[in-house]
Ligand binder design. Sequence first.
Ligand SMILES: *Cc1c(COP(=O)(O)O)cnc(C)c1O
Length: 363
Amino acid sequence: MSDIQEYFCPSLRDMAPYSPIEPPDQIAKRLKLPEEEIIKLDANENPYGTAPHVLEALSRGKYYHIYPDPAQVELREAIGQYAGVDPEMVVGGTGADELIDLACRLLIEPGDKVLTFTPTFSYYSHLVTLNKGIFQTCPREPDFSISLEKVKQLDLSGVKLVFLCSPNNPSGNLLEEEILDYFLAQSVIVCVDEAYYEFSRCSFVGKLKKHNNLIILRTFSKCFGLAGLRVGYGLMSRELAAAMMRIKPPYSVNVAAEVALRTCLKYLDSYEQQVVTMIETREWFQEQLAQFSGLNPFPSHSNYILVKATGLEAKEIWKQLEQQGILVRYFNTPQLNSCFRISIGRREQMERLLKALQELLSP
Ligand SMILES: *Cc1c(COP(=O)(O)O)cnc(C)c1O
């Protein structure tokens, strides 16, 4: 076959890959550093590692040779109880990412529009494109809030789905209730991504009672430390959940992930303690960052802080930190010019980062 590319869907031929995150062992090898010295603050993962109670439950699992339950009966019950909704309003998936994909697959026909407010989580645009929708963006204000006045002027014709993120990744601010209420009153499906709900402790789940056009996404990847096991969920009206259950791949939540998440939900107190510590660390670190004349940290309701570098370029800071094995996420889009995002790690990790920053930039 001469040009196999001609067979690819035109809309996907030149699609950029989702920016990958390098695994820590490969980074260590590339940087010629011991793996234990890598401080991974680039993907908002749980810095305490896999909890011993999870490891122990996984080792006791008996059913890894059996397919998972495609109806997710026990999983939906356990998550429903945690989230305070009926099990019929829960859909589990291979990470919240799969729920984003399912929402796109369920709702988008070629040419339908999907609206979001940038900067935000970049995987939405990737999946909208993959599902042949048209991605429409509206810029956030300088403080990353969404202006109701501007929202009211938007032409929503052809828009099927709106993605909102609270707290927003990467900026850390919460979604304004008035913005959500505005969209819920329109003829659109509204998807609110609450991947960091455990850190913000703010949820719009109560609105599911009145609104059948709302989808709330959550995950076990961040606070609960199961990013590598891939499990997330959506909370939504019974009609939407039934439709998603119909179209989802039958075995998307694997048996190990289910064992792990059910164990997490039994040990909520231990995660609550981690969250309290991480919020204290975040507040302390925020104050430290504010001492630097060349750094402008944004306030955060999550387990990360977005920082704008005004002296030395963010790219240079990111590169220099990487040389020392400290990984942060660097952005350079027009809206996130010279910015980087730091995940909140353990206190001693943040102290090492602080020292590295002090050597790079004088406070
Ligand atoms: C990490 C993240 C997700 C993806 O979560 P998974 O459950 O790991 O797929 C979704 N949304 C936002 C905003 C995130 O930051």
